[in-house]
Design a binder for this molecule. Sequence first.
Ligand code: AHM
Ligand code: MG
Length: 336
Amino acid sequence: HEADAYRTDLMTITRFVLNEQSKYPESRGDFTILLSNIVLGCKFVCSAVNKAGLAKLIGLAGETNIQGEEQKKLDVLSNDVFVKALVSSGRTSVLVSEEDEEATFVESSKRGKYCVVFDPLDGSSNIDCGVSIGTIFGIYTVEHSDEPTTEDVLKPGNEMVAAGYCMYGSSCMLVLSTGTGVHGFTLDPSLGEFILTHPDIKIPNKGNIYSVNEGNAQNWDGPTTKYVERCKYPKDGSPAKSLRYVGSMVADVHRTLLYGGIFLYPADKKSPNGKLRVLYEVFPMAFLMEQAGGQAFTGEKRALDLVPKEIHERSPIFLGSYDDVEEIKALYAAEE
Ligand code: AHM
Ligand code: MG
């Protein structure tokens, strides 16, 4: 059998998506082109994040560099790269970014059939200390490409055709679903290519980790309070869960996906809709969780059934292992 030191049959993300798309006879490679531009953005951000300390990219917004140009903060820079790559792909019509108050409508000569909602650099509080941060994205198709409007993205998450995130951590990993399971790709820096390393990720049915900002506990509602209490003092004789909270959604969700357990960003008295944004945080992660065999719940309903009214709308979110989410659902149902 083959020598193991080098794998010679590299499943790059482009090859993987081309294979997947070839199942659809009508596919003309548009999605592959769109995705390769998202991948480009991720590689740029990865490289910028790795160089951040070195290049003094951090926290310099408003200050000038040697060339006398204004330096941009990492999140602003990342957003610019994604917007430009997505527009120039010629495959998008509407873009919604956490960084931009208004949606971007692509000029008609560059329009394509997809809409992309994204958070170019999530977890901003972790940038300056070098802790994992990430990019999150979701993809819809447009209904009328002649006159795209925000209605094209104000659709329930279950209408997304793909979603994913890229985590800039100890390695750079892109996790993607096009509706046929969840697949993880790791950036090989020497090749500049994302290689399939985690095919068909399935979340364990139950986990032993819960992940939440407990500093907000005094403002939680009854079911969330009860649930977290049970994580610490289980009534059924099962062992207590461990607490892990990075404060970067991508890192916390990534760990939840691989190890199992639950991630919570509940509503509280101060933020009745929680903190996380429906379009580019809650929906993509909910899509991935369901595709991996887990669940995502808002406290009222299945997260992917939400219909957002505004592009930057927020929602409480509980997502993770099937059985763990089932428990919090039962607590909310008992409240009614
Ligand atoms: P950001 O978009 O300002 O970076 O905020 C989003 C982040 C998520 O990554 C994370 O899950 C959450 O905020 C943490 O919030 P908190 O600091 O309130 O626990
Ligand atoms: Mg964010």
